[in-house]
Design a protein around this ligand. Structure first.
Ligand SMILES: *Cc1c(COP(=O)(O)O)cnc(C)c1O
Length: 404
């Protein structure tokens, strides 16, 4: 995805043509980028030889999941809906792990029935519930237990999950007790230790600390885990300032860990796989001029892309057609929704914009469409996938009639 002269292109397709043809707001994904991400992720961790389970909550589009499956990934799901969707996309049950703090009996039953690789339990109560349901089915069910390693991921507090004040996982003491409990059970087969400390992590330190905590607890437990599920969280370069998480370094850290404990590694990346594959194209409805800033009112809103309103996340905004102009006003890009948090970005130096111009909000492949809603009774946007010059509609804009 780049400019050719003044026009922005997704692979071989001019983005402004897509905007006109499919209308806006419009999610566009690049297949090539997806393919590159998956291959470079695999390459970085080649020596670790992990099972890579794509985090479906980051983007649950059925056709994208299908492509992700074809590129060799499994799935990490957090609800029965995502589990059904992953299976529908053809992902094999033995490549699916189920995470989440509040799985219901119905969800656990379905996961047992489908014989997925692991149900990663997050509390003693959940382990007991899995055991109870397994007993009814006269089955021995493979589980993991999620440890809360009390490690600061050094990311936004809203997407931090590995500290003891967070609701996720169990404490070290509870973990050790659950190992003893599981060993005695005829209906649960403890296979995995899982962790996931947060999202959009750009620094190797938190992962290094997390691995230290794992080493300590595995040593204490004297238990042989067939799998260690390290979760996801690998950050991407939203600011375009070439700051990435060093995956090779992380791989090296894991290899050091594997020298001490022979086990199979699982990853659950979402953002790192899909985040930078998508843009959200939007048209300027109005420009409202203020004293010292202009409000650029877009036809995309927080219902289409919630991350800025929810996490105060920053997504770059770029024009689909570059001009050699510069505005001396501050631009505030906002949506039409009746909430003051419905704003995307404040920009100081931007080219001069006019009403009806198109812009793209960047890096929205992860937690973009999957977090979208019908707030203000707005239909969900169309999603298209570009492969070279081929355009495929992978989700059709909701029909206002159906919505009403
Ligand atoms: C959300 C989540 C992930 C994916 O996180 P990313 O930051 O998108 O890689 C992985 N595992 C679990 C348990 C999650 O909740």
């Amino acid at each position: 995805m780049r400019y050719k002269k003044e026009n922005f292109f997704i692979e071989k397709v001019k983005a402004s043509i897509l905007a006109k043809k499919y209308s806006t707001p419009l999610y566009c994904y690049s297949y090539r980028k997806l393919n590159e991400n998956i291959n470079s992720f695999k390459r970085s961790f080649k020596s670790v030889n992990p099972l890579i389970c794509f985090s479906v909550k980051s983007n649950a589009n059925k056709l994208l999941l299908n492509e992700i499956r074809k590129l060799g990934l499994g799935a990490d799901v957090v609800s029965i809906g995502e589990l059904v969707r992953a299976l529908k996309a053809g992902i094999k049950p033995n490549k699916i792990v189920f995470s989440g703090v509040g799985k219901t009996s119905k969800e656990i039953n379905y996961a047992i029935q489908k014989k997925i690789l692991l149900i990663n339990a997050e509390s003693k109560s959940e382990v007991l519930e899995i055991e109870r349901l397994a007993k009814i089915k006269k089955r021995k069910v493979n589980i993991g237990i999620r440890l809360n390693p009390n490690t600061d991921a050094k990311t936004l507090s809203q997407i931090s999950t590995g500290k003891k004040e967070n609701k996720f996982g169990v404490s070290e003491k509870a973990f050790l007790d659950l190992i003893i409990y599981s060993k005695k059970s005829n209906f649960i087969n403890l296979k995995c230790l899982s962790v996931h400390i947060g999202s959009q992590i750009l620094n190797n330190k938190p992962y290094e600390k997390m691995l230290k905590v794992l080493e300590k607890i595995i040593h204490k437990s004297k238990f042989n885990f067939e799998y260690i599920d390290l979760g996801g969280g690998m950050g991407i370069d939203y600011d375009n300032n070439k700051k990435y998480l060093n995956l090779q370094k992380y791989s090296h850290q894991i290899n050091e860990f594997l020298k001490k404990y022979k086990t199979k590694i699982i990853f659950e990346p979402g953002r790192a796989i899909i985040g930078n594959t998508g843009i959200l194209i939007s048209q300027i409805i109005y420009i409202k001029e203020g004293d010292n800033k202009n409000f650029i009112i877009l036809d995309a809103a927080m219902n289409d892309l919630m991350r800025p309103a929810l996490y105060n996340a920053k997504h770059r905004i770029i024009p689909l057609k570059k001009t050699n102009t510069k505005s001396n006003k501050i631009y505030e890009f906002v949506g039409p929704i009746c909430e003051s948090t419905d704003k995307f970005l404040t920009q100081k130096k931007f080219q001069k914009l006019k009403e009806k111009d198109f812009v793209a909000i960047c890096d929205v492949g992860a937690y973009g469409m999957s977090l979208s809603s019908n707030y203000n009774l707005r239909p969900k946007a169309t999603e298209i996938l570009i492969k070279n010059s081929k355009i495929q509609i992978i989700y059709k804009r909701q029909n206002l009639k159906d919505l009403i």
